[in-house]
Design a binder for this molecule. Structure first.
Ligand code: ZN
Ligand code: ZN
Length: 119
């Protein structure tokens, strides 16, 4: 196989982006794979960057959804504890239950979203 731009030179790699054969002078290494020096290398780098960023954003959203659920659980639990210890704690009981339900609902919503994104 010969280089796409230099017919006299043997190809050492194939561009990950456009699939052209590349000689040593034409190839550039991008994150462990090879692309045409210049245009394709820049694009591959851009795609990799976008992919990493969107993956990170997804992971951040996931951990904040679970964090929210835990937060509501803890606050709800504290309110219920306070309601049990207090003589007139009915309102705290009720508020604690509402907060617990909010936590459960946000956790269920998060699980549903995960199910849908897997399909
Ligand atoms: Zn290329
Ligand atoms: Zn070449």
């Amino acid at each position: 196989m010969k280089c796409f731009t230099h017919p006299g030179a043997d190809a050492v790699a194939v561009c990950r982006h456009c699939g052209r054969a590349l000689c040593h002078d034409c190839s550039a290494e991008v994150d462990g794979s090879v692309a045409c020096k210049g245009n394709c290398a820049a694009r591959v780098m851009l795609y990799d960057d976008l992919l990493t960023k969107s993956h990170q954003a997804y992971q951040n959203a996931e951990s904040s959804a679970v964090g929210d659920a835990i937060y509501w659980f803890v606050i709800g639990g504290l309110f219920i504890l306070f309601g049990v210890r207090s003589d007139h704690g009915d309102a705290f009981w009720f508020l604690g239950l509402v907060l617990l339900v909010t936590g459960i609902r946000s956790y269920i919503g998060y699980r549903e979203q995960r199910k849908q994104s897997k399909v």
